[in-house]
Design a protein around this ligand. Structure first.
Ligand code: SF4
Length: 512
């Protein structure tokens, strides 16, 4: 019922459904609102249908999963494909299978075939490997055009033969069969920069999503989106504007998305022209050193009232360690500019538990946020909110060797922050959730099995870890240790990452 309502109210060009088998239920292991704000999810929905496979969307909101387009149970499809951008959604993936009557473990399942892609899958597919028959490690646009013909041709053959054939496609990992996998990437010029569908709700509700680029060259050492989507690719202003001209949205609103939106060399021009053509704008977070007067003015004219900046850390020293490349003056200036140009709400992102962080860094973060709020309000801004996330080390970044802070330390840091900050609202800090994310981020197959024992067999986390014979506290790895994802050839090589990690340690010293 809700599905039919959503379908009727969605805008955009829509997607003509393919007709051939294998049919695919494309599942986002979280709500409609979260899934449809994800450009990659929409892109895969479009691609699979364009390649001919009948593909319908589905979302996991608790209980058996049914498709949005036809309302059929996902268990009735030939394949279930998951998009998994966030580590925290792995338990949802397992629940979605179980509650839909599908055996979660691939070794015990014949059909439907389960395929997984998305940022988590491409960074470290090991914790997903007990459940997935096929993992798309490369970018979907580069992998699916080669993979779909194989699936179509081999569909009727025994599962073993089908997977064997799929394992030869570049960018595909078949657990238990593939040895090395290359992280292939797409030429974005060959693909439309706008989402086919305008979702009803969510962060980008009632907006078409326009992808301005992929990857980021800044090299912040914690940032997966920057590293794993390299090489950096930028969509031209002309391409974005052409795609939006005549685009059927209910309300002519566009969300500009990408890892580094504010680094786009033509962003001001894009915003100005969109506003002239009657578009309302929204964007993801901005780098403070790119928030120029002209750009912020263009955003405000486009209806933007909230600007998101990410100082990430409170001291120059710690920002040097993480290679954020922002000075205190950059952050204060951006706050003033935002207030002066008519931004009403400043949203700030920061992390706690960063490598080499001490309590004094957290107190300095509170002070920095307080000063940014003062500067913002002195120029006419109103509300300031801080979102704090515990640092989670990510594979294929220089911080893949960094230790993750334990629960006690993280909770202590949150307490310090709250004690020293007034006049700024702090969102709930998900310490437990972050620790699970860290395990999925850096773990191996045993993490997936622990999730299985917890979700399917109802064991407590403690019992689940014991059953797989793993101590979650042993997550940290030294530089010489083999890493579970070593078999993936990412675009950034290990020597470079190692050098960056060593330099971050030097930067963390007072004389660094
Ligand atoms: S945090 Fe932002 S600026 Fe830094 S690498 Fe990631 S996307 Fe780029």
């Amino acid at each position: 019922m809700r599905g039919r309502l959503l379908l009727r109210e969605e805008g955009g060009r829509g997607v003509a459904l393919g007709t051939s088998r294998p049919s695919v239920a494309l599942v986002y292991p979280n709500t409609y609102e979260v899934g449809m704000a994800n450009f990659g999810f929409q892109q895969v929905f479009r691609l699979l249908n364009e390649l001919g496979l009948r593909t319908e969307r589905a979302f996991y909101e608790g209980g058996p999963v049914t498709s949005l387009e036809s309302g059929l149970p996902v268990a009735s499809f030939d394949m279930v494909a998951f998009s998994l951008p966030f580590e925290g959604d792995l338990p949802n993936l397992v629940s979605a299978l179980r509650e839909s009557g599908i055996e979660p473990l691939s070794s015990l399942r014949d059909r439907p075939l389960v395929m997984v892609g998305g940022m988590c899958a491409l960074m470290n597919p090991c914790p997903i490997s007990p459940f997935a028959d096929i993992v798309v490690v490369g970018e979907a646009e580069a992998v699916l055009p080669a993979l779909v013909p194989v699936l179509r041709e081999m569909w009727w053959r025994p599962k073993e033969k089908l997977l064997e054939a799929a394992s030869h496609v570049r960018g595909v990992y078949v657990p238990g069969m593939s040895s090395g996998v290359e992280r292939v990437w797409a030429n974005l010029d060959d693909f439309e920069p706008v989402s086919p569908i305008v979702p009803q709700d969510g962060a980008f509700g009632r907006m078409v999503l326009a992808e301005v680029g992929r990857g980021c060259g800044r090299g912040c050492r914690f940032c997966a989106a920057g590293f794993v989507y390299r090489p950096v690719r930028t969509r031209s202003a002309g391409e974005i504007l052409d795609a939006l001209d005549g685009y059927p949205t209910p309300t002519k609103r566009v969300g500009l998305v990408g890892a580094a939106v504010s680094d786009h060399p033509e962003l001001e021009e894009i915003c100005r022209k969109l506003v002239e053509r009657g578009w309302k704008l929204a964007t993801s977070s901005f780098r403070a050193d790119m928030a120029s007067s002209g750009l912020v003015e263009a955003l405000v004219r486009g209806g933007v009232r909230t600007l998101t900046l990410a100082p990430e850390a409170g001291t120059e020293r710690l920002r040097r360690v993480i290679r954020k490349g922002l000075s205190e003056e950059d952050l204060l200036r951006a706050s003033r500019t935002a207030g002066r140009k008519g931004i009403k709400r400043l949203k700030l992102y920061a992390m706690i538990g960063l490598p080499s962080e001490g309590e004094e860094d957290v107190r300095a973060l509170a002070e920095l946020v307080r000063e940014m709020a003062l500067e913002f309000r002195s120029e006419g801004g109103r509300e300031v909110g801080l979102t704090v996330q515990p640092f989670v080390p990510k594979p294929a970044t220089p911080f893949q060797w960094a230790p993750m802070a334990d629960e006690r330390t993280l909770k202590g840091r949150v307490r310090i922050l709250k004690e020293h900050l007034s006049g700024v609202s702090i969102g709930r800090v998900e310490v437990r959730g972050a620790l699970l994310q860290g395990l999925v981020s850096l773990g191996d197959r045993r993490v997936g099995m622990a999730v299985y024992h917890h979700v399917v067999e109802g064991l407590s986390w403690r019992e689940a870890w014991r059953k797989v014979g793993w101590d979650p506290a042993s997550l940290h790895r030294e530089r010489e240790d083999p890493l579970p994802w070593d078999f993936i050839r990412h675009t950034t090589d290990g020597d470079f990452l190692r050098k960056e990690w060593e330099e971050s340690l030097i930067g963390g010293r007072d004389d660094g």
